[in-house]
Design a protein around this ligand. Structure first.
Ligand SMILES: NC(=O)c1ccc[n+]([C@@H]2O[C@H](COP(=O)([O-])OP(=O)(O)OC[C@H]3O[C@@H](n4cnc5c(N)ncnc54)[C@H](O)[C@@H]3O)[C@@H](O)[C@H]2O)c1
Length: 363
């Protein structure tokens, strides 16, 4: 599949460096609202720089990789679909349910595929945990925790303003990693309830952004309870208001027969440990038999291309991303209205990756 990239910013390098890992996709051209960014990207990675209009009109481009900032995701996705192209987008899938729904419906009407980040759950770390849970290692999952606590991105990102606008914040920025990982492991969420807070209405830039300020439009501390359709109850905390913590990170699931420590869902591998009641005296490391353990951003798009070629569903699907968006919107509603919110969307768990793949293979 020939790919055109829109949005040549900070994260684009991770995708472009992996550009040759998967033969299912070939990056051909790039565009950005800032033509100089597209030009620099094209020169570094051997692509053709175009305007967004030219890229969308180019019949040789089969799919768009949308790496723009959250506020442009829906608009660019809709334009790509209108131009007859499949689209894979960075997270979040939209700012609200209405935007996400329009993208899903437009793609369905045209018979095109929609995909969305994160694709980190296709990494060896989370695929190993999925395998262990499906094998029943810890029994039926009853409860768990998922923590993403930090002090925001204004100390390192060159243009962090979008993280404090609608579509940013710890929930819409980092939540998709944790929620997608949890849905991959446990299936869909049924109900949510939450409280949210913020430390300030004006963030002060740090280090590279010293002297700059960023208005805060959204809450920057989100404490939520998720009730999964399976019955599991997970505590999710995402925060840009924590300077330091002792060890509140990653995901832990607790089942009828043991516990599983699941690595950071923003990475492709990490700390996988289990405790099996009656078997181990303490945490034991788990073997990881999967091959995609380095930064493989772009694997989700390659899987979309493989899905089209093989006539099978792709794993980072629009339905999965829309369910994750619905969970995040439900969390915000619950906090604003002081009630528990029942979700109206659901989705299938994506198919696990097989063990024994060779480099670049997905089937
Ligand atoms: N930076 C990271 O570490 C990181 C990691 C994972 C995911 N993401 C996600 O990737 C997306 C992009 O993040 P980033 O850090 O690269 O942002 P960025 O601001 O560095 O880059 C975004 C680029 O998109 C361009 N752009 C924005 N709207 C556009 C439009 N309508 N048409 C054409 N170009 C447009 C901007 O000019 C900019 O060059 C976000 O959704 C973010 O959540 C970022």
């Amino acid at each position: 599949m020939n790919i055109g990239l829109i949005g040549c910013g900070n994260i684009s390098h991770a995708y472009l460096k992996n550009g040759k890992t998967f033969k299912q996709t070939t990056l051909r051209a790039c565009a950005d609202a800032r033509p100089e960014a597209a030009k620099a990207c094209a020169e570094t990675y051997g692509l053709k720089a175009m305007s967004v209009d030219e890229l969308l009109a180019d019949p040789s481009i089969d799919a768009i990789l949308n790496l723009t900032t959250p506020q442009s995701h829906v608009a660019i996705n809709l334009r790509a679909i209108e131009a007859g192209k499949h689209v894979h987008c960075e997270k979040p899938f939209g700012l609200d349910r209405e935007g996400g729904r329009r993208v899903i419906e437009a793609a369905k009407a045209k018979g095109l595929r929609v995909g969305c980040a994160p694709d980190t759950f296709l990494g060896g770390g989370h695929q190993t945990c999925r395998k262990l849970i499906d094998q029943g290692l810890i029994g039926r999952v009853v409860s768990g925790t998922a923590f993403m606590l930090c002090h925001g991105h204004e100390s390192w990102h060159p243009a962090p303003a979008f993280y404090y606008q609608k579509g940013g914040g710890p929930l819409f920025d980092m939540g998709p990693y944790y929620l997608t990982a949890l849905v991959n492991l446990l299936g869909p969420v049924a109900r949510v309830s939450a409280f949210t807070n913020r430390s300030t209405d004006l963030r002060q830039g740090l280090k590279a952004n010293e002297g700059k300020t960023f208005p805060v439009e959204i809450d920057t501390h989100v404490s939520a309870l998720l009730e999964f359709a399976s019955g599991a109850i997970i505590t999710l905390i995402t925060s840009f208001d924590v300077w330091k913590h002792s060890n509140l990170k990653d995901i832990e699931l607790h089942g009828t027969e043991g516990s599983l420590h699941i690595p950071d869902p923003n990475a492709f591998n990490g700390d996988i440990r289990f405790f099996k009641a009656g078997l181990s005296a303490d945490w034991a490391p788990a073997d990881n038999p999967f091959i995609y353990n380095d930064n493989m951003r772009g694997i989700g798009l390659a899987d979309l291309a493989a899905g089209v070629a093989k006539g099978r569903p792709h794993r980072c699907s629009g339905d999965l991303a829309f369910h994750v968006l619905d969970i995040m919107c439900g969390i915000c509603e619950s906090a604003a209205e002081g009630r528990c919110v029942a979700l109206s969307t659901t989705c299938e768990r994506p198919a696990p990756l097989p063990v024994g793949l060779l480099a670049g293979e997905l089937d």
